[in-house]
Structure formats: structure tokens, C-alpha cells
Design a protein around this ligand. Structure first.
Ligand SMILES: Nc1ncnc2c1ncn2[C@@H]1O[C@H](COP(=O)(O)OP(=O)(O)OP(=O)(O)O)[C@@H](O)[C@H]1O
Length: 128
């Protein structure tokens, strides 16, 4: 849909936010991987609170994974819309999007282990 440029209107902003929330709800309902990532993010964020570690790296890592998963779902939907048949370019698009999710997830895992790992191990070794 074409934008008329009045992006600062609160009404327009709420309308766009509504579409975004609807997208999040749809992906949460239909994509098992997204649900797993949401709950993994909730667990990681709870651990930052329990372990008193800086939340910023975990928040950024979680936001990255969830955003890339949303974009992956968008790419899959557009590809399926453009070509219901098997096509080498459809495969390239879907595999590249899946590769982005994999990279973001590995990066987030690395960040999670380096930020939460040492205090978690200390807690397990020495107790609260
Ligand atoms: N139209 C197509 N043409 C060629 N290859 C395709 C096509 N659709 C899917 N594929 C191949 O099958 C793989 C799986 O596609 P699919 O659409 O099932 O996504 P998925 O990775 O299983 O994601 P999800 O489980 O979220 O649906 C793709 O990564 C791609 O390699």
C-alpha cells in the first residue's frame, strides 16, 4: 500500500503497530521455531535478571534471532506466493533466509554462553 508521507500521525502509527502485532501473532501461531525462540529468549532474559548480568547483549541477541526468524517467514510466504512450483531461485531464497536464521542463532548462542555461562557455572559450583 502506498504511503502519503504523514508518518508522524499517531493514528497512522497505531494502525501500523497493529499490523506489526498481527504479524507477530501470526508467526507465533504458525511457526514452531519462532515459539521455541520466544521461550528461549524469555529464559535467557530471566537468567540475566537472576544472575545480575548486563541485559543489553542478551536483549540484542534475542531481538536479532526473532527478527531474522520473522523475515525468514516473510521470505517463505513471498516465495510461495510467487512460485508454488519448485524453482531453483525459490530454493536459493528460502535456503539463504534459513542460513540467516542459523547464523543469527549461532551468534546468539555464543553471546548467551559467554555472558551467562560463567555466572551460571559459579552459581552451580558455589550455590546462591
Ligand atoms: N518452491 C520451491 N522450489 C525449490 N525448493 C524449495 C521450494 N520450496 C521449498 N524448497 C526447499 O525446501 C526447503 C524447505 O522449505 P519449506 O518451505 O518447507 O521451509 P522450512 O525450512 O521447512 O520452513 P518451515 O518449517 O518454517 O515451513 C527450502 O529451504 C528449500 O530448500
Amino acid at each position: 500500500m502506498r504511503s502519503d508521507g504523514s508518518a508522524l500521525s499517531p493514528r497512522r502509527w497505531w494502525r501500523s503497530a497493529g499490523f506489526a502485532v498481527s504479524g507477530l501473532r501470526h508467526v507465533y501461531r504458525t511457526q514452531a521455531n519462532f515459539r521455541i525462540e520466544v521461550w528461549a529468549a524469555a529464559l535467557a532474559l530471566s537468567l540475566t535478571w537472576v544472575l545480575h548480568t548486563p541485559p543489553a547483549p542478551i536483549v540484542l541477541a534475542c531481538a536479532l534471532v526473532l527478527s531474522v526468524e520473522l523475515l525468514n517467514t516473510a521470505v517463505e510466504a513471498v516465495v510461495d506466493l510467487a512460485t508454488p512450483e519448485l524453482h531453483p531461485l525459490a530454493k536459493v531464497a528460502k535456503d539463504a533466509a534459513a542460513g540467516a536464521v542459523l547464523l543469527a542463532s549461532l551468534g546468539a548462542l555464543l553471546v548467551g554462553c559467554s555472558v551467562l555461562g560463567p555466572p551460571l557455572l559459579a552459581l552451580i559450583r558455589h550455590g546462591a
